[in-house]
Design a binder for this molecule. Structure first.
Ligand SMILES: C[S@@+](CC[C@H](N)C(=O)[O-])C[C@H]1O[C@@H](n2cnc3c(N)ncnc32)[C@H](O)[C@@H]1O
Length: 396
């Protein structure tokens, strides 16, 4: 269905709910007491995202495709008067219904905004939690929806939605109604990772006759120090990434290399899905980056990578390296990587301490392994084994 048809369909349902018809979606809720009957009647969800969002007093929440407003009202209650709950919906009838429900509920901290979930009417880094209930499956541009969710979340913000997903075996013909746009779980994971999310968990809840499942989808935007944001590295970052690289090489303790490579060589050698930059949110300047290369083309080593992490010398000791490495470790585990390794000069004690704090161990010393500016130097081989085993690929 095209976007306009979808919105017309839900606008008609909003009017029906307003006229007294009960729609379908309040299974899984046990805290509806005191909410307007019109909000409960209009529920069209496929789960209860508020129940798993672990909302705290004072937080700002955004509900994508808020419909009659039930999840916004529940969120508003949980975040309290110091917090705020926004709903965004493209249906004017749904917005009108949700606003009446908020007024009846006395929810002064609930606000409903017109807009699409592919282009959210909210500022960058303005919300703590994004929820949604059975809406993302309807979108024909899920990459845009997830990129927007990532944009509006603050660093460390949480994404927790109920949605409909499919098993890999489901054919397009088998997907009807709400499930028409449902993604296979693996594709959902890939889109979340591409948007920059880490810590992805997709938990099936209710199975449906057509082979689809309702599921809770959870992820996080990487945490970062104040005025810093972590996001996936883009080609447009090339100049700044290579400048940070060169500044690190010039310090003399980062690598045997002395000159940063061309962007073509840099990008060809590194895995596309595991690259993050840390940016200053006020200037957009790239302050540091992390990326990884496969160690071997042999499939037995498919989950073993060698990473590099660079923070511009002027911005070290501000928690940026820790934030980058933490995000990288989480993203690598999401991607099924079971070993991350690297070489560190023993003199680079800050890097060693950072890696050890995040679960790396020194495997051994490779004595006088390479010549750097005329000096034969030792390198410590460090590695981190993933802390869990993926069901689809047993780590040795
Ligand atoms: C299945 S209903 C779910 C409503 C609500 N989340 C609930 O649980 O009751 C889908 C809602 O998303 C809205 N919607 C669908 N696609 C949208 C889009 N691309 N942008 C904004 N809203 C959208 C519809 O107008 C409708 O209110």
């Amino acid at each position: 269905m095209a976007h306009d048809e979808i919105i017309d369909h839900y606008s008609a349902l909003a009017r029906a709910a307003d006229a007294g018809r009960t729609l379908t979606g309040t299974a899984g809720y046990d805290d509806l007491e005191g909410l307007p009957q019109a909000a409960v009647r209009a529920a069209l969800g496929c789960g209860n995202p508020v129940a798993v969002a672990e909302l705290r007093a004072g937080e700002t929440v955004l509900d994508l495709g808020s419909g009659g407003g039930l999840d916004v009202l529940l969120s508003a209650r949980r975040v309290g008067p110091e917090g705020k709950a926004y709903g965004v919906d493209a249906s004017a009838d749904m917005l009108a219904l949700a606003r009446r429900n908020a007024q009846q509920a006395g929810a002064h901290n609930a606000e409903f905004l017109p807009g699409t979930i592919e282009r959210l009417p909210l500022q960058d880094r303005s919300v703590d939690v994004v929820i949604s209930n059975c809406v993302i499956n309807l979108s024909s541009d899920k990459a845009a929806v997830l990129a927007e969710a990532f944009r509006v979340l603050r660093p460390g913000g949480r994404f927790g939605v109920s949605d409909v997903v499919t098993a890999h075996t489901t054919t397009t013909e088998q997907r009807t109604g709400c499930a028409a746009g449902a993604l296979p779980v693996g594709e959902y994971r890939e889109l979340l990772a591409a948007a920059g999310f880490t810590g992805v968990r997709i938990t099936p809840t209710t199975g449906h006759d057509d082979g689809t499942h309702s599921a809770i989808v959870q992820a996080a935007k990487p945490a970062a120090p104040p005025h810093v944001e972590l996001r996936p590295m883009r080609a447009a970052d090339a100049g700044q990434v290579l400048a940070v690289y060169q500044a690190g090489l010039d310090s003399g303790h980062a690598s045997f290399e002395t000159t940063a490579p061309s962007w073509e060589d840099f990008t060809a050698a590194r895995l596309p899905g595991l690259r993050y930059v840390a940016c200053d949110t006020r200037t957009g300047q790239v302050l540091g980056w992390v990326a990884a290369s496969p160690v071997s083309s042999r499939c037995v080593y498919a989950g073993v990578v060698e990473h590099s992490i660079y923070v511009h010398p002027r911005h070290q000791a501000q928690g940026i390296g820790r934030a980058l490495l933490t995000a990288f470790v989480a993203a690598s585990e999401d991607a099924g990587i079971w070993t991350v390794q690297s070489g560190v000069f023993p003199e680079n004690t800050a890097s060693l301490a950072l890696h050890q704090a995040l679960g790396f161990r020194v495997v051994g010393t490779r004595e006088r392994i390479g010549c750097h500016h005329g000096l034969w130097r030792d390198v410590l081989l460090i590695e981190r084994r993933s802390t869990f085993r993926k069901p689809h690929r047993e780590a040795p």
